[in-house]
Ligand binder design. Sequence first.
Ligand SMILES: Cc1cc2nc3c(=O)[nH]c(=O)nc-3n(C[C@H](O)[C@H](O)[C@H](O)COP(=O)(O)OP(=O)(O)OC[C@H]3O[C@@H](n4cnc5c(N)ncnc54)[C@H](O)[C@@H]3O)c2cc1C
Ligand code: SF4
Ligand code: SF4
Length: 367
Amino acid sequence: MEAGKGSLDLEKEVLNEGLCTSCGACVGICPYIKVVKDRVALIEPCGLDEGQCYDFCPRTATDIAALDRMVFGKERSDSSLGSYISIEMAQARDSEIRSRAQYGGVVSALMAYAIDSGNIGAAVLTRPFDGGFMPTSVVAQGGSQVLGCARSNYIASPTLAGLNRAMKEGENALGVVGIPCQVLALRKMQASKYETGAKRVKLIIGLFCTWALSYRGFYEFLKAKVEPSLSRRLDIPPPPANILVVDTEAGTIELPLDQIRGFIKPTCAICFDMTAEFADVSVGMVEGVEDWNTLITRTEEGKRMVQRAKEEGIIETRPLEEARLSHLKEASLQKKKRAIEEIVRRTKDERNLLYLRLSDREREKFT
Ligand SMILES: Cc1cc2nc3c(=O)[nH]c(=O)nc-3n(C[C@H](O)[C@H](O)[C@H](O)COP(=O)(O)OP(=O)(O)OC[C@H]3O[C@@H](n4cnc5c(N)ncnc54)[C@H](O)[C@@H]3O)c2cc1C
Ligand code: SF4
Ligand code: SF4
């Protein structure tokens, strides 16, 4: 979106400034950028003044209104949640999926259905929390592989490096599950003048996200509390719980969130998006209702997929109570306000929002 910049600019403006989200969009497109655990680094200057890495990165100049027009054909009418067609509660009808999923299993059920019904050929997902802790990307070719990726891994994952690999392998129609910064990078790939095959991604399921953890530090911290190979699931119940719950074979342990806040990736403090605003559908928890999801249907493609999945008994939906919707909007709005405050604190300039390009009309809503 900003012409004439390349890997050295990426290093200076993003990597060296601690702004990298570890999304993986710049990984695997050239030999010069590598990822070690969740740390992305330029190992050698590539010599080009302009590059895909800079263009795709979610922390380089990002024109929100232009992306809205590309994805939704219009600018947003809702400043807190972005464009959407409907917001409801949903859950997978298959109890096996629900029992293996993080909450209601809507993400796994929809993506498995998209593959098994032939709408897409494969999906790029993230390996779940499995005691090895460091997530990696997985290219799932069928519903059972999708289910093998169920559950949340709260460590930042370079998932889009897996997409870059899958695109080279030439699959025609792909699905991707990603957190908001990954979805943003993927839409920037699709908007870019560089042709990588990202336009072959036909279904993007976004996850709600407030923050993700750095692998380093968190792994050592957790290892001191629990034997990694015994861990089965991580969960962060909604406020006011203020705990991280670790389910292990030997029982459940609860860790105060205050002990892990130091491992949150610094870039999350400047993240503007809680609900994956550029996804086809976005999925999160329903606070206080454990095996249901909040489902935001955003695009016509997303609507068609959700409709078919309902008709075929893959998922069921219910209206989301007005009070829950207001709460979701408020939480999302607060994340945006906090992000802008933090950016301005860093730049010391109300007009310099680092990567965010907002219209004056939108900007006014977050002061
Ligand atoms: C880092 C992180 C932070 C989150 N924060 C919130 C939040 O603040 N509020 C909220 O409501 N929900 C949050 N979620 C989303 C929530 O945990 C569930 O993923 C979502 O509600 C879908 O539930 P499900 O039962 O349908 O998921 P499942 O059917 O179990 O599917 C989970 C999917 O998540 C993918 N995944 C797991 N870990 C990662 C990762 N690190 N990066 C990318 N994809 C991953 C898997 O590939 C899988 O496809 C967060 C998720 C993550 C990964
Ligand atoms: S594209 Fe993603 S992984 Fe690469 S520098 Fe930007 S945020 Fe980090
Ligand atoms: S808060 Fe934003 S930057 Fe941080 S992991 Fe979530 S989506 Fe990415």
